[in-house]
Design a protein around this ligand. Structure first.
Ligand code: AMP
Length: 372
């Protein structure tokens, strides 16, 4: 079977490395032949050759959402998760409205044009978070607004007519997420929840908390959302856990997710393998956790900047290097850590953070490594 992946990034790279063991061929559509997934695929296609790519592939999936309409229009094969899901997700406003209409818990929000930002911010209240409706990820096109004066700098950066989502600033106790998988027959699995620490809008590290620390309703929300969207493949859902203990959905992503990288070493089956199984009609693998696990992203550093020997000397640490060109804050690789218990996991994650960033882990997050 030939599997197509739209996007040549590290998510595609890991999907290929994991999915290849079933004997499938993988083809990547990306403008960069040297992108991580392009380099390991059985074939690489530039976007202009989308028709050829699409003809060759029995099933097509994607590893990012911002796919050009000119590509989407020319896809003939079966795309999973479906293009309907992608359409909802491509736009922050339609994603939030879908969730609200379907009755899922979301922060208070308004969708508006640049010209009406002030009015919207007044409605939502201060402090607020303003997010460009399209093309925003990893904190890009995102602004924290504590006074109406802050809106001036947004107006400078964006053209008139651009749309934004204005959200209340959630004072969360923690950020958590879960990746779910659903197959063609509607069977569902949900990977263990992680607690995630972001810095400047980018995931820095995460780990699987103790089961009793995880709010009960996360798994049912992820499962219900996969059913409502008829997802075949993966769906990652990011939540805020509020001070009152309520969960609010921040966003979802119908693809492998950075917060699920730990599954490569920590779960019975990885998110990437389960994506392959789901879209090819194979039985899903168990999503259970083998042992407490976590992950540290390597941001904006080259292989020469990090001490690989030290990292690999930490018990249970595994390095994944994507082979991309170094850029500031760019996701260059990650380290998974698996440990026999949560105490050891905490110490080993802190050690990996210290080795990579030469900073004490407690300086990364005011909440520290465990929220309890
Ligand atoms: P996003 O691109 O929407 O995933 O946002 C990136 C990060 O910004 C999140 O993981 C949060 O740390 C923070 N953030 C986004 N929206 C809000 C919000 N409404 N309230 C507080 N923090 C937020």
């Amino acid at each position: 079977m030939n599997i197509g992946i739209l996007g040549g990034g590290q998510l595609g790279w890991m999907t290929i490395l994991e999915g290849r063991k079933f004997g499938f061929n993988f083809f990547v559509l990306d403008e960069n032949p040297h992108a991580p997934a392009s380099k390991v695929a059985d074939g690489w296609f530039p976007p202009e050759k989308v028709e050829e790519f699409s003809e060759l592939c029995d099933v097509i999936t994607y590893e990012f959402e911002h796919i050009e309409d000119s590509v989407i229009e020319n896809l003939k094969g079966q795309v999973l998760p479906s293009l309907d899901v992608l359409k909802i997700k491509k736009n922050r406003g339609s994603e939030k409205n879908f969730l609200l209409k379907a009755g899922y818990p979301v922060p208070k929000f308004e969708v508006c044009k640049l010209e009406n930002l002030e009015e919207c911010v007044r409605k939502v209240g201060l402090p607020a978070v303003v997010k460009a409706e399209k093309l925003g990820y990893d904190g890009k096109g995102q602004y924290r607004v504590s006074s109406l004066n802050d809106l001036k700098s947004i107006s400078k950066n964006h053209p008139e007519g651009e749309s934004f989502v204005v959200e209340e600033m959630v004072h969360f106790r923690a950020e958590i997420s879960a990746v779910g998988v659903r197959d063609k027959k509607g069977r569902i699995g949900v990977f263990p929840v992680t607690q995630n620490v972001h810095e400047e809008g980018i995931l820095l590290y995460n780990w699987t908390p103790k089961e009793e620390e995880v709010p009960n309703d996360v798994v049912s929300v992820v499962s219900d959302l996969m059913e409502d969207l008829s997802v075949v493949g993966l769906l990652a859902v990011e939540f805020f856990l509020t001070e009152e203990g309520k969960i609010l959905i921040n966003e979802f992503a119908p693809r492998p997710h950075n917060t699920g990288h730990y599954t490569l070493d920590g779960a019975y089956t990885s998110q990437f393998e389960n994506l392959t199984r789901a879209i090819t009609g194979l039985p899903l693998g168990s999503t259970r956790l083998k042992a407490p696990s976590g992950m540290v992203n390597i941001l904006g550093l080259s292989l020469e900047d990090i001490d690989v020997e030290d990292i690999l000397s930490v018990e249970g640490a595994k390095l994944y290097w994507y082979g991309k060109e170094k850029r500031e804050r760019r996701k260059m690789g990650h380290v998974n850590v698996v440990a026999e218990d949560h105490e050891t996991l905490k110490l080993n994650l802190q050690e990996v953070l210290r080795i990579i960033y030469q900073r004490d882990a407690s300086t990364f997050s005011p909440r520290g490594i465990y929220y309890k």
